[in-house]
Design a protein around this ligand. Structure first.
Ligand SMILES: C[S@@+](CC[C@H](N)C(=O)[O-])C[C@H]1O[C@@H](n2cnc3c(N)ncnc32)[C@H](O)[C@@H]1O
Length: 224
């Protein structure tokens, strides 16, 4: 990942009603994973929302009972998260930082959630993230991700194989952000099998569900 390109892009996006947890019409995706999280969360759980943006998933996990910390490198998104948090009387803590260089203490969290963010990360970055999570997750702590399968996106015409650089797996897009300009947005080609293989080098897969069309939930356990 090119941290500067991505951070600049997310900072430029700023506020949009789509990212606001108070707007219930945004809860379609959240509601799909709510039952999966409900099975894992109780009042004793400390949870980490990786790439929390304006805190949608953080607020959901808090609603389910967890004590939540969200981390993101976009100071603009975090400011919005904190404002929404204040308004809804949330106790979520929002920390500015790069998830590839987290400063949390060993065994800080029982669960880390990484919802649909994996495409923004290079293959080696996910290995770095796994090494960090092995340390900051408790023994038997859970690493939960949601992912779309890249091959399935091509099969169903949602992506074209021509859009990916075959050598690196990078897909470059350019977004015209109103009143801000053109911003580059880089993603990487990921498949379900590949994500399971890479994360499986560090964690034990304990659950795999297709919870909606081409939307997969994976739960990994941190066996120390
Ligand atoms: C696709 S958005 C998803 C946000 C959130 N999961 C949601 O659906 O509301 C990805 C978020 O991850 C953040 N992000 C991407 N790479 C990051 C990194 N290396 N460290 C911290 N945050 C990162 C971005 O700033 C952005 O807010």
């Amino acid at each position: 990942m090119n941290t500067k390109i991505m951070k600049d892009r997310y900072n430029a996006v700023g506020y949009h009603p789509m990212i606001d947890y108070r707007n219930k019409s945004n809860h379609k995706k959240l509601n799909l994973i709510k039952p999966l999280l409900q099975d894992l969360i109780n009042a004793k759980i400390t949870a980490l929302d990786l790439g929390c943006n304006a805190g949608k998933y953080s607020f959901l996990m808090e609603e389910l009972g967890a004590k939540v910390t969200g981390i993101d490198f976009s100071d603009v998104a975090l400011e919005i998260a904190r404002e929404i948090g204040k308004d809804i009387k949330s106790h979520c803590v929002f920390v500015e930082g790069n998830i590839l260089d987290m400063q949390f203490k060993e065994n800080s969290f029982d669960l880390a959630l990484f919802p649909l963010n994996i495409v923004e990360f290079q293959y080696g970055d996910i290995e770095i993230l796994c090494q960090e999570l092995k340390n900051i997750l408790t023994p038997n702590g859970l690493f939960c991700i949601t992912i779309q399968d890249g091959i399935s996106r091509i099969r169903t015409g949602r992506d074209s194989k021509e859009t990916y650089d075959l050598s690196s797996g990078i897909h470059k897009a350019f977004h015209d952000i109103p009143n801000k300009g053109i911003y580059e947005y880089q993603t990487y080609f990921w498949t379900l099998a590949f994500a399971k293989y890479i994360i499986g080098k560090y964690f034990t897969l304990i659950k795999e569900v297709e919870y909606d069309a081409n939307l997969y939930w994976l739960t990994f356990k941190n066996i120390k």
